[in-house]
Design a protein around this ligand. Sequence first.
Ligand code: DC
Length: 237
Amino acid sequence: MNIPDIIIAVDGYSSTGKSTFAKLVAQEFDFLYLDSGAMYRGVTLAGLEAGAIADGTIDEAALLPVMEPLQLHFRRVDGVNQLFLGDRSIEKEIRGWEVSQYVSPVSAIPEVRAWVDSRLHAFAESGRVIMDGRDIGTTVFPNAQLKVFMTADPAVRAQRRYDELQLKGEKTTLEEVQANLKDRDYRDSHRPTSPLRQAADAYVLDNTHMTLHEEVVWMLGLLQGKFGLLEAPGLSC
Ligand code: DC
């Protein structure tokens, strides 16, 4: 199927499966996948390691000079994009519980958002990109040709996230995960700079009761409808 080189923005609440969905769409339709949340997580990890974030406090004045020279970039490892800090893969650390605790307030700092946005624009230069986050369709790429807004029942989201953390051996309870998601939803949608919002021209994907295959079929239908593509490729997922 001949899909033009477009930017696809995928936004939504935490743990709605945005990255899993976007990765699969990238694979099926040959797009570059970029995870904007990973960039905020990378800045948070660097802040923790430099001591600019500690004991429940974010020292903004100390964090910004740590962030400026950071060499954060994506590199393909075994066919999947991983976030690197210089030559070191930080993919595993940025998904941990400690980074998750601080990333939302870090991402609310306007200077952090401007720094991340400028890098996202550089990474997306090829133009054939699917990027997931909170403000991709509203702020980072308001002219993205296709926008998806993902949502799912909060209880289902918490359970998915909890299962993921359990698999990684992280010691948390379902109640803690529920509280963290609730807190992040609130912070992400109430911050003054680029709050999480559904773009007026976004298509809503509620995946509470959907399989991944059904999500990709939904996307295929959207692409066919939007770009008048009649021929459907065989999906491999
Ligand atoms: O998608 P994620 O959970 O990895 O994102 C981590 C945090 O980064 C999340 O709490 C909100 C923030 N974020 C953001 O503010 N804007 C984006 N475009 C992506 C993520």
